[in-house]
Design a binder for this molecule. Structure first.
Ligand code: NAD
Ligand code: UFG
Length: 345
């Protein structure tokens, strides 16, 4: 396996921090560029602690914004960057409805700035954080990458726009090696419980809401809809352990770095759906804590069921998930229990 100098935008965030850990353990050298808009430098301090001093010496952190060419130049100057893993962005669906221009600015204009800096610094290998949100209300489940792109909120529109921009860039000249990875529902934490997901404010997503109820930060969970056309009436999603997702990035990078020009668009999911009620039951089992909950009305904009067909990633990356729902709950609980208030604990 070859090792490389990598730029990781948004590397202090939830998925970025776990991926940094996996990339450092694989021998890569990293420059993280993050403005800490939705994260804390503490996550990277803990990554450094987990990997040990030798590997931590291969991690540099640059505080800066992907929309600022000077910050990007500083990050590229910190190492001879061969590839970029681009996590930086805003991801809250509701917020994107209220503040679409901010989402287009950070997610789309920020990605454009990053691509311009890559060209200026002769780097043409990129892994991009895309999302299953692109599929909107899927017409068929499991969802293949060829399914129609029909996002239903501004956040999804920005992800679709960046994928489109990457296609145009890849077609513009030879030399580009790009992977757009469409994540399904990333949850869980590193098994040590030292790093994990640390949402600010009231969590929008199911999993961090459950862990905060379990630890006593919130009283009850609302289950959005008990009348979906699913086996138990609650919504079904494809949850993916964040360590499996991190390993998917390592696999994608290896394929890009070892291959010629390519543009890969891949689902990263497990291929298995779990309902909200199943997740609650699995979490109660893993934590030994009750999760009081009430079934309430459906949430606007939700689909009944989204599950990946992950076979293309298996074929092209030689990667598939290995961790199930019980491990997602066990590791997510270890993190929340040890850090009841996240990194501020
Ligand atoms: P996160 O918010 O934890 O991480 C994003 C990181 O980007 C944060 O550290 C934040 O400080 C940083 N950032 C934001 N704006 C920046 C800017 N202008 N310049 C530099 N850094 C900036 O989110 P995450 O869950 O780790 O998600 C990472 C990526 O994956 C995002 O692009 C997100 O849209 C995408 N994604 C996430 C999910 C999910 O459910 N978590 C699902 C699909 C796709
Ligand atoms: N849910 C509840 N109660 C809650 C929160 C969620 O019942 O308090 C339900 C939802 O209705 C849904 C399931 O739990 O059935 C999962 O909801 P999440 O909000 O955790 O995740 P989504 O599938 O709605 O969306 C997430 C991200 C999107 C991303 C998508 C696919 O929020 O940005 O996964 O990656 F695009």
């Amino acid at each position: 396996m070859s090792v490389a100098h990598l730029l990781i935008t948004g590397g202090a965030g939830f998925i970025g921090s776990h991926t940094c850990l996996v990339l450092l353990e694989a021998g890569h050298s990293l420059v993280v560029l993050d403005n800490f808009a939705n994260s804390s430098p503490e996550s990277l301090r803990r990554v450094a602690e987990l990997v040990g001093a030798n590997a931590a010496a291969r991690l540099q952190v640059v505080e800066g914004d992907i929309r600022c060419s000077t910050d990007l130049d500083r990050a590229f100057a910190a190492g001879s960057i061969e590839a970029v893993v681009h996590f930086a962005g805003l991801k809250a669906v509701g917020e994107s409805v209220a503040e679409p221009l901010r989402y287009w600015d950070v997610n789309v204009a920020g990605s454009r700035c990053l691509l311009a800096a890559m060209v200026a610094h002769h780097c043409r290998t990129l892994v991009f954080s895309s999302s299953a949100t692109l599929y909107g209300y899927p017409e068929q489940v499991p969802i293949q990458e060829t399914a129609p792109i029909q996002p239903i909120n501004p956040y999804g529109h920005t992800k679709a726009a960046v994928e489109r921009m990457l296609q145009d860039v890849a077609a513009s000249e030879a030399g580009w090696r790009i992977a757009s990875l469409r994540y399904f529902n990333p949850v869980g934490a590193h098994p040590s419980g030292h790093i994990g997901e640390d949402p600010s404010g009231i969590p929008n997503n199911l999993f961090p809401f459950i862990t905060q109820v379990a630890v006593g930060r919130r009283e009850r969970l609302q289950v959005f809809g008990g009348d979906w056309p699913t086996p138990d009436g609650s919504g079904v999603r494809d949850y993916i352990h964040v360590m499996d997702l991190a390993e998917g990035h390592l696999a994608a990078l290896q394929v890009l770095l070892n291959g010629g020009d390519q543009l890969l668009t891949l689902n990263l999911g497990s291929g298995r759906g779990h309902s909200v009620l199943e997740v609650i039951a699995a979490f109660q089992e893993a934590s030994g804590r009750a999760i009081p909950h009430d079934v309430v009305a459906r949430r606007a904009g939700d689909a009944a069921e989204t599950v990946a067909d992950p076979s293309l990633a298996a074929e092209l990356l030689g990667w598939r998930t290995t961790r199930g729902l019980a491990e997602m709950c066990r590791d997510g609980w270890a993190w929340q229990q040890a850090n009841p208030n996240g990194y501020a604990s």
